[in-house]
Design a protein around this ligand. Structure first.
Ligand code: MRU
Length: 367
């Protein structure tokens, strides 16, 4: 089912099902789909209808809730068996964004807690779990909104009072379900009176910068200039860039950060030109089980996304590579802005202090 409405809410839980804004069709069309089956939600994550690490986490949680709600199991143990199938399908969609696994684990733990709190007869217990998981998914969504707001407040203070800032990919409302992480920082700074213009690299091959970030900033009336990815060095050298702020898909214990392909070269250029490079991400993106970025799994997407642009073939029949993410070493990162505070080097200590408490991929467990 499709309906066309104007909204920048990427995902919403409704009684009818999970409503998603189809990000593949932006900015040309604003189209929503309502999914009633967890397999459809898994497909939407895999096919980039919804993307951005925190939003992927929200979608995963809602997918689990949908699967459990739709399960025909009549006993807690049968429902648990279905939970296994549901989480397996959703867990196979995208490997780099740790929020996906973090959200699945949260849902699994909630299931266990609800199953253990076992008064009532079997049908009542099953019903309590179904309702409890819907509430947990909505709670995760609300936590993303709250985290973005806190990240925005903390990060805004790091941006210059005027001039240009650069971002990469789309780490905005579309990517989180809140106000965005990197774009949330920029939004709050502008709201507080910083006179900023945002340099937006188009972010080949999937063009999240050109299609999504440019669209979001335009909606918010935040001044921007769209550039191609190969203009980054030129603008770092000549363009009065006061800071770079990007999102993250997974942050290792030492601060090494996986983000959209192209982020690493921006960080190297920022270092060369003395521009501070900031990462903005919720604590759920920190994965303390990984000592360094070398252990972060990098998603390899289809070569066709490189040889074609929106269905148009732009290259001869040659091999093409498409690592969807790269890893920026912690030495290039001036600070990591989380909802619990701003971490600075040495990140082993600062991240452990912030993430060691409840809420990170490490403290909540992941596959
Ligand atoms: O492949 P995508 O579009 O899911 O990649 C998104 C990014 O790399 C974002 O920068 C990251 O997930 C942070 S979103 C707040």
């Amino acid at each position: 089912m499709e309906k066309t409405v104007a909204s920048v809410e990427p995902i919403e839980w409704t009684e009818e099902g999970v409503v998603m804004l189809d990000q593949r069709r932006l900015p040309g069309e604003v189209v929503h789909h309502t999914y009633k089956d967890y397999r459809e939600v898994a497909g939407a994550i895999r096919d980039m209808e919804i993307r951005g690490a925190p939003a992927i986490g929200v979608a995963a949680a809602m997918g689990v809730a949908l699967g459990i709600r739709g399960s025909e199991a009549r006993s807690v143990e049968a429902l648990r068996a279905d939970l296994g199938k549901i989480t397996e399908a959703i867990g196979k969609t995208r490997p780099t964004a740790v929020d996906l696994f973090w959200a699945i684990e949260r849902m699994r733990r909630r299931f266990d807690a609800l199953a253990a709190a076992g008064n009532g007869n079997e049908p009542e217990r099953v019903e309590r779990i179904r309702r409890g998981l819907v509430e947990e998914a909505q709670q995760i969504h609300q936590e993303r909104r709250d985290a973005d707001a806190a990240i925005g407040r903390l990060g805004a203070a790091l941006l210059p009072p005027s001039g240009r800032v650069m971002t990469q990919c789309n780490a905005g409302a579309l990517a989180t379900g809140g106000i965005g992480t990197a774009l949330g920082v920029i939004r709050v700074a502008v709201a507080e009176g910083h006179k900023l213009e945002v340099l937006v690299p188009e972010t080949r091959p999937y063009l999240q910068g050109a299609r999504l970030t440019a669209w979001e900033l335009q909606q918010e009336k935040i001044p921007l200039v769209l550039i191609t990815d190969n203009m980054v060095g030129h603008f770092m050298k000549t363009g009065n860039v006061g800071a770079v702020v990007v999102g993250a898909d997974r942050i290792a214990g030492n601060g090494d950060t996986a983000n959209k392909i192209g982020t690493y070269q921006i960080a190297v250029l920022a270092r060369e030109h003395g521009v501070p490079f900031y990462v903005a991400a919720p604590i759920s993106t920190v994965d303390l089980t990984l000592a360094s970025g070398e252990q972060i799994p990098i998603e390899q997407r289809s070569a066709e996304e490189v040889t074609h642009i929106r269905g148009l073939k732009i290259a001869p029949d040659v091999p093409a590579a498409h690592p969807a993410f790269d890893v920026t070493p912690h030495q290039l990162i001036a600070a990591i802005i989380t909802e619990r505070g701003v971490a600075r080097a040495p990140y082993e200590e600062s991240l452990r202090r912030l993430a060691g408490e409840k809420g990170s991929a490490a403290s909540e467990g992941k596959p």
